[in-house]
Design a protein around this ligand. Structure first.
Ligand code: ADP
Length: 187
């Protein structure tokens, strides 16, 4: 099973992805976490990514596509994975689709976590106080939401054509949303 979590910043992809990964015994691949670890470790990848992350812009495909390919190629992801935070634009979607197709796999479920914009902003602000992420300033939050609308939301139509996009109202409690996802995924 390859499950894609799609949704704006603050929609709860990380929280639900962790629950899902644990239940299904699959790895969760989170590009945001991988990039933040690279920044912290001061690797060349991290140095290239940081200025974009700090502004709330997407890290360029030249930097991110290799990372995505490497993660999908790991033995742990041979049977499936939870994809959190990618693909985030058309080029990344193409890379994911092609990499999976080459080995006879495909995205089995696309879960679209839907939350109203004002609630997203509220969640990111309250999380900012806890996590202290450098990209949680009001201006950067606005940019991240705009980038989602411009670059990532079109993937809903891209995947919608295949008929495996499931809309998940993501405003209830964490447990309610997890239960709904369990129903959709079937286990
Ligand atoms: P959020 O979705 O809550 O904004 P993430 O942790 O997913 O947070 O991403 C944080 C930042 O990391 C993004 O604003 C972007 O700069 C970068 N990033 C994460 N994933 C990707 C990706 N797949 N492609 C390009 N940039 C990414």
């Amino acid at each position: 099973m390859f499950i894609l979590l799609l949704g704006a910043p603050g929609a709860g992809k990380g929280t639900q992805g962790t629950i899902l990964a644990e239940r299904l015994g699959l790895p969760k691949i989170t590009t945001g976490d991988l990039l933040r670890a690279a920044v912290k470790a001061g690797t060349p990848l991290g140095r290239d990514a940081k200025p974009f992350m700090d502004k709330g812009q997407l890290v360029p495909d030249a930097v991110i596509l290799g990372l995505i390919k490497d993660e999908l190629a790991k033995p742990a992801a041979a049977q499936g994975a939870i994809l959190d935070g990618f693909p985030r634009n058309a080029a990344q979607a193409e890379m994911v689709d092609r990499t999976l197709a080459e080995r006879g796999n495909r995205l089995t479920h696309i879960l679209l976590l839907e939350v109203a914009d004002d609630e997203l902003v509220r969640r990111i602000h309250s999380r900012a106080g806890i996590e202290g992420r450098s990209d949680d300033t009001p201006e950067t939050i606005r940019t991240r939401l705009q980038v989602y609308q411009r670059d990532t939301a079109p993937l809903i139509a891209h995947y919608g054509q295949r008929g495996n996009v499931h809309r998940v109202p993501a405003t209830g409690s964490i447990e309610e949303i997890a239960t709904e996802i369990k129903r959709i995924v079937g286990r």
